[in-house]
Design a protein around this ligand. Sequence first.
Ligand code: PLP
Length: 383
Amino acid sequence: MTTNDNKSEVISSYEAYTARVGKEIIPCYEPAIGQEELALITDVINRNWLSESKYTRQFEAELASACQRKHAVCFNNATAALISGMKALGIKTGDEVIVPSFAHSADPNSIVATDAIPVFADIEAATLCLSVETIKAVKTAKTKAILLISAYGNVGAIEQIANYAQANNLFLINDCAPALFGHYQNKPIASYGDFSVLSFFADKTITTGEGGMMLSDNLELINEANMYKHDGRKERGVDIIDRRGYNFRITELQSAVGVAQLKKAPFFIKRKKEILQAYRNKLKGVEKVRVFEFNPGGDIVPHRVVIFVPAANPLIDYLSAAGIGARTMFMPMHSQPAYRDLHTFPVTEEIYKTGICLPSAPSLTAEQLEFVCQTINNFYQPL
Ligand SMILES: Cc1ncc(COP(=O)(O)O)c(C=O)c1O
């Protein structure tokens, strides 16, 4: 295949995607931004300083406090925070990092970016997360760390896994990108692990468009990660390049949006819980549908409402044709071209085939929710 053929395939896929999303009358997710964000962005513009400054420091301080962490550092996205954090831990060539196959590509990609080896593991069906058993099944003498993921905002046996990591001298990296404000046994999910990361992509609990945060109680680790973020130096203005780093900085405009979004977080959390409850009520009578229940040991903020059905794709197509933004769940990483791996992970594969993310934006109206549930009902019980 020539480069041009590749290009046209890429363009046509992208066009098909934008055409489909453009026709959605009920988006899978949309951010809620408005006058509060505009006021702070205007302040940044009036101050004429667009790179990290007071709003970035405020955003970090407020998130460290919300997550009961001693330190927080902003990044341009969660992937950059993962790479910097892993490099700061000293993860290096040949080290193995256990990661669920049921993951965002950012997870194995960031492991590979540190020259380490992603070792995929299965998840448990009840939580969609790693368990001590699925970790043990793939652990080797080269395992250096466990990369835990809060799939769709949920947690599994995080306490047990933290104890297992400690007992086995492994680092625990907590990718809780979509789990801000979620708690497990009265502790913020983001408070677990040698470090944790959050994402502020447009579909997250709070958004800065793109953005991420690394949180830790270990100042040495934070200082080290900060160098990877700042082109390998301790800070802008310092000319000594201690590390082979990157520019992973956020902009002050984004941080200002983040500070404004944080003020609205109680509303977002309330809406996400209300929307989940409303779907539960309305889909109760649809025999083929099971609404995913988040870990009852926690106070979870559902990132998405997830349902399980006999086969996801036919229902997604039906919902899409009605203008409803429904999505598949994480496609198993071990079956992706970039990571093709001969293992089979039955739970991960089954979840992908049967799971669907339903529209769950805070802006979702009662009428829209009714329409989504009615359309699901019609699919299984045609009139
Ligand atoms: C679990 C998880 N990890 C990592 C990421 C990547 O975040 P970012 O796009 O901010 O790098 C995402 C994004 O959706 C995610 O859901």
